[in-house]
Design a protein around this ligand. Structure first.
Ligand code: PMP
Length: 428
């Protein structure tokens, strides 16, 4: 809308270039699975912000919980004890695997993964001495943008600012099944060996079983072998569920697809479906390594964020949104496969798990990523009332789909029609 131009120009001139790239829509309000600008334009939202509003945008229960907490007058209490923290930690533990008995609340996903790296290393040193400090992440993984979390992630080209790159944090190929079709667990072992390392040198492994950038899903056999190997060598296994958790993939946690549990879970985003909150949930012996006062954070378990999280989680559970995500997966996948069948030369790969999906664009008849095509499709979609974020993927080649988990089947199908039209138009 032309009236949005001054806002867009202000942001362009006042914010770093890194903040650009999203569709030029100035959000005014968002309701459940729709986003509006102030001129009355409506978009069907397939972004959930960035996979945050799993329970829906601005839903009544979450708003009411926030308002009630604000009205109580308690907006901050540092790590002084609070009922809100007690209640939320109890709720999270009730949703976690039985062996994970402690929760540390933080503010962002990056802080949670950074904390998991610290806990893994410290545990490695405790059980294996100062040689057991290695942290393994995966190529194209994403764990955040702080020093440790970014190194454990594998987005090539974004690490140039890390001068003294920590040689004990490194990445290995991710078994995505398309870009690198032959990655088996043997490749993981070989990558360690090639660095002259042994399991005795590794403190932790950090993995998104569902890798958000793809989105790609690691095969069951691989993940099972990895978990077994970690257990055997006293290596802390962390699953980064910042994107995957809270029902997104059609199970409450993505690792439930594999029938196993990690030592640490990092989560955030969908936890509150709104305000900033994250958590590390883990085994007591790993979580309890630091004495009182030495692993804290100013905004840990902010009471307003806790209230929002409890309302959001309870809504996800009560309204069976995880089940909705699972039930709609075949609809989403069939829709994407139909589009792929219409344009097999340029839609290289489609994936869907629960309500997160990706459509990967390639140059005609090749496996070379085609960023421009993904960009054109997304632009045409938002012109037609379907909101997606800027292309994702290691090469910006992916149209990623992640609606709020409250979306009903008819709205999902409506969006698929728009995507089909936009793709046809972009390809022609
Ligand atoms: N891990 C994963 C899997 C993520 O997707 C993200 C955010 N995109 C993070 C960690 C970092 O979270 P935050 O941006 O809240 O620091």
């Amino acid at each position: 809308h032309p009236d949005s131009v001054p806002v867009l120009e202000k942001l362009r001139s006042l914010e770093p270039i890194s903040m650009r790239g999203m569709p030029p829509i100035v959000w005014d309000k968002a309701e459940d699975y729709y986003v509006y600008d102030r001129h009355g334009n409506q978009w069907l939202d397939w972004s959930s912000g960035v996979l945050v509003t799993n329970a829906g945008h601005g839903v009544k229960e979450v708003r009411d919980a926030i308002i009630a907490q604000v009205q109580s007058g308690l907006l901050h209490n540092y790590v002084f004890p609070s009922e809100e923290r007690a209640e939320l930690t109890e709720l999270l533990i009730s949703l976690a695997p039985a062996d994970l008995k402690k929760v540390f609340l933080l503010t962002t996903g990056s802080e949670a993964t950074e904390c998991a790296i610290k806990l893994s290393r410290s545990h490695g040193i405790k059980v294996g001495g100062r040689g057991k400090i290695g942290i393994i992440g995966f190529e194209r993984g994403f764990h955040g943008r702080t020093l440790g979390s970014q190194q454990a992630g594998g987005m090539a080209g974004q690490k140039n600012w890390i001068v003294n790159e920590d040689p004990a944090i490194f990445t290995v190929p991710f078994p995505d099944g398309y870009w690198q079709p032959d990655v088996t667990f043997d490749c993981f072992l070989k990558a360690i060996e090639q660095r002259g390392l042994k399991p005795e040198n590794i403190a932790g492994v950090m993995m998104e079983t569902y890798q958000g950038v793809g989105p790609d899903f690691a095969p069951t056999e691989y993940v099972r072998q990895l978990a077994e190997w970690c257990r055997k060598h006293q290596i802390v296994l962390t699953f980064d569920e910042v994107q995957a958790g809270f029902g997104r993939t059609g199970k409450f946690w993505a690792f439930e697809h594999y029938g196993l549990a990690p030592d640490l879970i990092c989560c955030g985003k969908g936890i509150s479906s709104s305000l900033p909150l994250s958590a590390v949930i883990g085994r007591a012996e790993i979580m309890d390594q630091f004495p009182p006062g030495s692993m804290t954070s100013t905004h840990t378990g902010n009471p307003v964020c806790c209230a929002a999280a409890m309302a959001a989680i309870r809504k996800i559970l009560r309204e069976k949104m995880t089940e909705n995500a699972a039930a709609l997966e075949p609809v989403l996948l069939a829709g994407l496969k139909k589009i792929q069948a219409q344009h097999p030369a340029v839609i290289g790969h489609v994936t869907a798990k629960g309500l997160v999906a990706g459509m990967q664009t390639v140059k005609v008849g090749t496996k070379d990523p085609d960023h421009d095509l993904a960009h054109r499709i997304i632009e045409l979609c938002y012109q037609k009332g379907l909101l997606l974020f800027a292309p994702v993927g290691a090469w910006g080649q992916t149209v990623k789909i992640a609606p709020p988990l409250s979306i009903p089947k008819d709205a999902l199908e409506e969006g698929l029609i728009v995507l089909e039209e936009a793709t046809a138009q972009a390809v022609s």
